[in-house]
Design a protein around this ligand. Structure first.
Ligand SMILES: Nc1nc2c(ncn2[C@@H]2O[C@H](COP(=O)(O)OP(=O)(O)OP(=O)(O)O)[C@@H](O)[C@H]2O)c(=O)[nH]1
Ligand SMILES: [Mg+2]
Length: 649
């Protein structure tokens, strides 16, 4: 498979996403046209549409320095420029995490000064403020100019040992291992982070690439391990076949790669790079193959990963082969297998994840729309059937029907009153639920631990405070669990009442659950634990790193709780909507029945006319139902949710 195939697959994926977006837009139009939209469900639909529009596929490349990450990125994605676009060389090259993507606003390199590590501002906040970055414009027509501009990524400078220490970039033990003892100055990267935007076809399709420097950067930049890597769809961990799995490769794999996936190995692949260096003239082709297989097996076993996710490659051969259009060399580089995995498996997984979100958020709304449309159609059909059978010349019979319908109307008024009363009770409970996530409660906890944190004199003390923070946040969520349970019971009881007492169609209310947020909170705590206990951070008293870890964890925890509150609010506002729709529908049905009966009893001659008009009313309902069925089909939602669909299309 060539680079073009990855491009084609990505293109196909983008088209699929656009089709799904189009289908959901059609559904939203349908809801508006048939007056079935309400502000909260519209919010849900618009959110999904936004998410689909801004969806990106992020591939992260992680490894110790000099394993060949950058060379691999060049060979996978940028070979057609004909140059080694991103700087790759022996020794430490890439000095700061680098994100490559396409921003329609322009082509640039943005560099964030290393000194910003001293500020409390998070990377996410910096990203929202381009003025705080050094910006270099890119001339995308000339790859050579771009190649030159990219040299900025490897810039370093010398600063005093004190300054390096303050920035969290001085490691006494590591330096001693390299024979550096008490130096006056230390070499550090100039930049903390780089953002590169240019209109490469793959990047334009929504691909983002994250190139990272070795363990040093990961160990000192918690936001990278805890935010950027977990949000990547795939992480390619690069090993050098000639070096095997070293101690620091292992540490990185465990603490930064596996942890960032919450120990779920989905979307992880290992590139066993530099296989060309294993070539031995004396051993020949068989010996070469044998040593690659041996290295593959031992790497997979050490990393505890299935062998099919380990891809032996030679990035160097692949880049050269692509630039020189040498098919034989490309075959020898074995890049094709890794490309296949990225384009097929990763894109397929992403598709499934998106579909799951759409099913979860839109599925419920669609199924409610379908239910309501079905009810309307069935009612209209049975009313027509009934009217056709009635002997309208019999005044007594017509009177009886009128009286019966009026009774139904009175019963309906009772439903409405009952519904309003239930809604009031629910509103009180809902308020309690939403307040249980209130940001004030969170900020009190954060302020308390922050104060303790500033008083901590040791790294150990600071770490203990992080634990306390999470214990308090977990307790807060536990309170919400109890309130959520009460609320769920209430919602179930309201629905049961309308079903049992008034014969309403069964509605399975969507129930709010906070398990997901508890899980997410636990997970970031575990990731934080792993990060703080990784040997890189325990080796030295890195208060700056711990402080950064603390603020990264707080930002993440705050986001989770804000999301929980937002979801609770949306849920509270929309959970009774299906019931309300049924009540409204019921009202319309009774009114139309009364109207017809009155019309018929006033002028007996128009019975046939009334039946014709009832028949005519059926047609628009049928087409409303048919349109919906087509939209559902084009969305390809999980069919099990729509049991009546088969009869409609
Ligand atoms: N023999 C051989 N050398 C390679 C291969 N891939 C990369 N290299 C060399 O290994 C060195 C390091 O490659 P880089 O791509 O800069 O490695 P990196 O992982 O990005 O390193 P840092 O940016 O320092 O973290 C360079 O001299 C490359 O030419 C390969 O497949 N075979
Ligand atoms: Mg590099």
């Amino acid at each position: 498979m060539s680079n073009l195939d990855f491009k084609e697959q990505l293109h196909e994926y983008t088209q699929w996403r656009e089709r799904l977006h189009g289908a959901i837009e059609l559904y939203q139009d349908w809801r508006i046209r048939y007056k079935l939209s309400d502000p909260h469900s519209t919010d849900i639909v618009l959110n999904i549409l936004d998410g689909l529009k801004s969806d990106k596929i992020t591939l992260a490349f992680v490894a110790e320095f000099s394993r060949g990450k950058t060379e691999l990125i060049n060979s996978l994605f940028f070979a057609e420029t004909g140059v080694r676009l991103l700087p790759s060389a022996a020794g430490r090259t890439t000095m700061c995490p680098t994100e490559l993507f396409h921003d329609p606003k322009g082509s640039y390199i943005r560099l964030l000064k290393i000194e910003t590590r001293l500020e409390e501002t998070s990377l996410i906040e910096y990203k929202q403020n381009p003025d705080l970055w050094i910006s270099i414009e890119l001339d995308c027509e000339t790859p050579a100019q771009m190649q030159k501009a990219f040299k900025a990524l490897v810039e370093t400078k010398r600063v005093s040992k004190h300054m390096a220490d303050e920035l969290g970039l001085w490691n006494e033990r590591e330096a001693a291992e390299q024979g550096i003892i008490n130096p006056e100055t230390v070499e550090i990267p100039c930049w903390r982070h780089a953002l590169i935007s240019f209109p490469h076809p793959l990047l334009k399709e929504g691909l983002c690439i994250l190139d990272t420097p070795g363990l040093n950067a990961l160990g000192t930049e918690p936001e990278l391990t805890l935010s950027l890597l977990p949000s990547a769809q795939a992480i390619v961990f690069v090993l050098a076949a000639d070096a095997g799995v070293t101690k620091s490769d292992m540490e990185m794999w465990r603490n930064h790669v596996c942890n960032s996936r919450g120990n779920n190995k989905q979307g992880l692949a290992v590139a066993l790079n530099k296989i060309d260096s294993m070539w031995d003239d004396l051993a020949g082709e068989d010996g070469y193959e044998e040593s690659i297989q041996k290295q593959l097996q031992s790497s997979a076993s050490l990393l505890n990963l299935e062998e099919k996710f380990v891809f032996p490659v030679s990035a160097k051969q692949a880049l050269l082969a692509k630039v020189k259009s040498d098919d034989e060399l490309l075959e020898r580089s074995r890049l094709r297998h890794l490309e296949n995995y990225l384009s097929e498996d990763i894109l397929k997984q992403r598709r499934e994840i998106l579909m799951e979100t759409v099913n979860k958020d839109i599925g419920f709304l669609v199924s409610e729309s379908l239910n309501l449309t079905d009810t309307k159609l069935t009612n209209a059909e049975s009313q027509l059937g009934e009217f056709k059978k009635i002997d309208f010349d019999n005044d007594e019979m017509t009177g009886k029907l009128m009286a019966e319908t009026r009774d139904r109307q009175n019963a309906y008024m009772a439903h409405v009153e009952n519904f309003q009363a239930s809604r009031k009770v629910f509103a009180v409970q809902a308020k309690k639920l939403i307040e249980s996530f209130s940001s004030e409660k969170i900020e009190i906890i954060v302020a308390r631990t922050k104060d303790d944190m500033s008083k901590s004199l040791t790294t150990y003390g600071m770490k203990q405070n992080i634990r306390l923070l999470f214990d308090d946040l977990s307790d807060l969520l536990q309170d919400s669990v109890d309130i959520t349970n009460e609320t769920r019971l209430l919602v179930k009881a309201i629905h049961k009442k309308f079903q049992d007492d008034y014969g309403f169609k069964e509605i399975e209310p969507q129930l709010f659950s906070i398990k997901q947020y508890q899980f997410e909170l636990e997970q970031i705590f575990e990731e934080g634990e792993a990060f703080r206990s990784s040997s890189k951070t325990t080796m030295t008293e890195q208060s700056l790193v711990i402080n950064k870890l603390y603020s990264t964890l707080i930002t993440k925890a705050r986001n989770i709780l804000t999301e929980a509150q937002h979801d609770a609010l949306t849920w509270c506002k929309s959970v009774l909507t299906p019931l309300m729709h049924q009540i409204k529908e019921h009202k319309k049905e009774i009114e139309s029945r009364l109207y017809m009966l009155r019309k018929i009893s006033d002028s007996k001659g128009s019975v046939a006319e009334s039946i014709t008009s009832l028949e005519a009313e059926l047609e628009p309902l049928k087409s409303q139902r048919k349109e919906l069925a087509m939209i559902i089909k084009s969305m390809r939602l999980k069919q099990s949710q729509f049991s009546t669909l088969a009869t409609a299309a």
